[in-house]
Design a protein around this ligand. Structure first.
Ligand SMILES: C[S@@+](CC[C@H](N)C(=O)[O-])C[C@H]1O[C@@H](n2cnc3c(N)ncnc32)[C@H](O)[C@@H]1O
Length: 405
């Protein structure tokens, strides 16, 4: 929750009114939390991600690995180049990036390929799948120089990519956590769903209400990951999230991938930790100006809303859709395996006139691998259409994950 000492973001009245009208017109005067989150983040005019491209970054509400210098994207470029070789150097080599934000990672990947893998770059067909018009415009501006140099770069909706059209790698960084989630609550009558209804006062335009599960897929997802939220193991009031959009997205991606890899970087846990009885209020978080709190009904459209990722669900759903799990590790280990340690040593050995700049860069590299922060993000790689010959180990997953209980 916001504390009294924190300045509050302004209310977004146009979006609030549109949402109130939608709720007033809905059966039982309520919409699922997933529908609410979808409006709050992606309403085409006033949604958090649609309205501006400035919410990400040090001056915005939160940063991602892409804002800590060029290293994350460049090291990812190293992994992509190896995948191209493993696939026998196809042309086109598809790189499909989901939720590319400000286009920083794409630019760093292309730079790395241009500098270190010039034979791979001409084969690349880079596709950006972005829902926010404001962010897409920023990506287009950032990548225009690459297009002028002849790189094949395109933007499209996932639905515009034909089945089996992708040979290469589909990847995302902090995309899955930005998808709308359903929320469930354990009550005396069993597992119920949390809906959003109209609030009773002008300063609280929305309120939570409970009802039956809106979609049988919610219970299916929990069963798929082997979780049964019921007493006595779980306390009454236990609240958590189910990301059906991620499962649907994964099914769509699997259909489009003919041969290659699906690489997901995000914060989250395997199911037994995600749905631990002690995590009694779930993982939902809201971000505003580098602070986080847990009130998604406040300042709708002005703040990010996000939930951690259940990596077990991604693995199991992937298997249902013909994907094979090839590896899972943590971001710190992934980046170290791809050469981040060499970059740290190079800073230590370099004779630089600007010591402050060197220290800032070293600090950024440490943040990328910090086991209490970005370094603990999960990095999952799944594959499809890979015969035994291309089941070669991938550099990024050379070090297995540290075991977490
Ligand atoms: C948390 S940001 C991550 C941005 C970027 N990947 C980075 O690491 O800086 C989430 C991104 O996913 C995009 N996004 C969310 N849902 C999407 C969808 N269904 N299709 C395409 N993009 C989506 C958002 O607009 C935003 O660009």
């Amino acid at each position: 929750m916001f504390t009294s000492r924190m300045p509050l973001p302004p209310m977004e009245s146009a979006l609030t009114q549109r949402l109130q009208s939608a709720i007033a017109a809905a059966p039982d005067y309520r919409i699922t939390f997933a529908e609410f989150m979808d409006w709050a983040l992606y309403d085409p005019q006033a949604g958090y991600y649609s309205a501006s491209a400035r919410q990400l970054g040090p001056q915005g509400d939160f940063i991602t690995a892409a804002h800590l210098g060029h290293d994350f994207g460049e090291l990812l470029g190293e992994q992509l180049a190896e995948m191209w070789h493993h696939l026998d150097c196809p042309t086109p080599f598809d790189i499909v990036e989901l939720g590319p934000g400000q286009g920083l990672i794409a630019a760093d990947v292309l730079n790395q390929l241009a500098r270190q893998h010039p034979q791979c770059l001409p084969a690349v067909r880079y596709t950006l799948v972005e829902r926010s018009p404001a962010l897409m415009a920023m990506q287009q501006q950032r990548l225009a120089p690459w297009q002028r140099q002849g790189c094949e770069i395109r933007w499209c909706d996932l639905s515009e990519i034909a089945p089996d059209a992708v040979e290469g790698c589909i990847f995302s960084n902090e995309w899955v956590d930005a998808l709308p989630v359903h929320r469930v609550v354990l009550t005396e009558v069993g597992l119920q769903e949390q809906y959003v209804t109209l609030g009773s006062t002008p300063d609280r335009p929305f309120a939570f209400t409970l009802g039956p599960l809106s979609d049988p897929a919610i219970a299916d997802d929990l069963a798929m990951v082997g979780v049964q939220i019921a007493p006595p193991a779980y306390p009454l009031g236990y609240t958590t999230e189910v990301n059906l959009a991620a499962l649907d997205g994964l099914a769509q991606l699997a259909r489009r991938l003919r041969r290659g890899y699906l690489l997901t970087v995000d914060y989250g846990y395997p199911a037994h930790r995600y749905y631990a009885p002690s995590r009694s209020q779930g993982t939902l978080q809201c971000y505003w100006q580098q602070r986080h709190h847990d009130d998604p009904l406040y300042a709708v459209g002005q703040q990010d809303i996000t939930a951690h990722v259940d990596f077990t669900a991604l693995e199991r759903q992937g298997e249902r859709c013909g994907l094979t799990t090839l590896g899972f590790t943590q971001q710190g280990l992934f980046l170290m395996a791809l050469g981040l340690g060499d970059r740290l040593s190079a800073i230590a050995q370099a004779k630089t006139a600007d010591i402050n700049q060197a220290l800032r860069r070293r600090d950024a590299l440490h943040r990328l691998i910090d086991p209490t922060g970005l370094g603990n993000f999960g990095v999952l790689v799944q594959g499809k259409g890979l015969d035994a010959a291309v089941h070669k180990p991938l550099k990024g997953w050379a070090v297995p994950p540290l075991t977490l209980v």
